[in-house]
Design a protein around this ligand. Structure first.
Ligand code: 5RP
Length: 238
């Protein structure tokens, strides 16, 4: 086992458990995707059994649906519950304005739909993901038909785009929605709001991993090995 991974794993567990403790009886819960959300599912499952809570989860990926079922969390859909009490998800980077980059796992389209339907958006990260300014890889989901012209337009926005390739599959990764993912490597992003809008205008693009519109409903739980920082916009702005 990679020894350096242990503090990181402990931080992810802290953040995930803390978020699961915010869930109340009767809630509809958006279940994000990834390794930090995994710990949230673990803790939520034990609360369902121990405290006899009744909740319904809306999974944002096949991975999460499989895990949630394994952990005995009853599932529903956005069709049946278009309004969600609380969505809990991970992120790849969060800035001090609580704008974020998501989509390392290629699940950002469903994650954005679920966050947009939620009254509260709880973001669980290890504290190393807090940055003064967003930058690096922004994943973009695109219908395969439009991929080449879209890559040219993305290049024009200042990034190096690359179609994501599978680790245990030859060729492009196919998202849960049947699309390609383009990883767009940006230097520091000066205006994430404008960039999210500019990417959204490119034909064929389904969603980018930039989440700039959730600061008002977001609470970020940024965990170290032992302690969590809780960030919400009202804590940051006067
Ligand atoms: C998947 C995501 C994840 O939430 C994000 O990549 C964080 O994952 P992890 O908690 O494993 O670091 O956006 O598309």
């Amino acid at each position: 086992m990679d020894e350096t991974a242990q503090p990181l794993t402990a931080a992810k567990r802290q953040a995930g458990y803390h978020a699961a403790n915010l869930v109340e009886d009767g809630m509809v819960v958006g279940l994000g995707t990834g390794s930090t959300v995994y710990f949230m599912i673990e803790r939520l499952s034990s609360r369902l059994k121990g405290e006899k809570l009744s909740v319904l989860g809306i999974p944002t990926s096949y991975q999460t649906a499989i895990r949630a079922r394994e952990y005995g969390i009853p599932l529903t859909t956005l069709d049946d519950h278009p309004v969600i009490d609380i969505a809990i998800d991970g992120a790849d980077q969060v800035d001090f304005g609580l704008r974020m980059i998501k989509g390392r796992g290629g699940a950002h389209t469903r994650e954005k739909c679920v966050a947009a339907a939620a009254s509260r958006f709880i973001v669980v990260i290890d504290e190393q993901k807090l940055v003064p300014r967003l930058g690096g890889v922004v994943p973009v989901e695109i219908i395969p038909f439009g991929v080449r012209p879209a890559m040219n337009q993305l290049r024009g926005l200042g990034c190096l785009p690359a179609i994501r390739e599978g680790g245990k599959k030859d060729g492009p990764v196919i998202s849960d929605n049947g699309n390609f993912i383009i990883d767009c490597k940006f230097p520091e992003i000066e205006n994430p709001v404008e960039l999210e809008m500019a990417i959204a205008k490119i034909p064929g693009i389904v969603e980018s991993g930039l989440f700039t519109g959730f600061s008002g409903i977001a609470t970020v739980i940024a965990a170290g090995e032992k302690k969590c920082k809780i960030l919400s916009l009202t804590d940051i702005l006067p």
